[in-house]
Design a protein around this ligand. Structure first.
Ligand SMILES: [Zn+2]
Length: 80
């Protein structure tokens, strides 16, 4: 499961959004959902190197997401 799969799970309705705890850390935002899933968004993540957005948009998007987000799924939402 790559970062985009994890993102789609944590952003889906499967993960309850009510009761989430949001911590504003100067260069990132950490959202801890009530179930235990954690999403961290880094603001100053830069852009991927070695891949061109216009040539390999899907790869670029995945690399960008890997830089920008950290996702830790709780036991209930981690299918692995
Ligand atoms: Zn969860």
């Amino acid at each position: 499961m790559d970062i985009l799969d994890k993102l789609s799970i944590i952003e889906s309705d499967a993960v309850p959004k009510e009761g989430a705890r949001i911590e504003n850390l100067s260069t990132s935002l950490k959202i801890t959902h009530a179930c235990g899933c954690v999403l961290v968004e880094h603001f100053a993540c830069g852009t991927p190197t070695g891949v061109r957005k216009d040539e390999e948009p899907e790869k670029y998007e995945r690399l960008q997401a890997e830089r920008k987000y950290f996702v830790e799924l709780c036991y209930a939402h981690n299918p692995e």
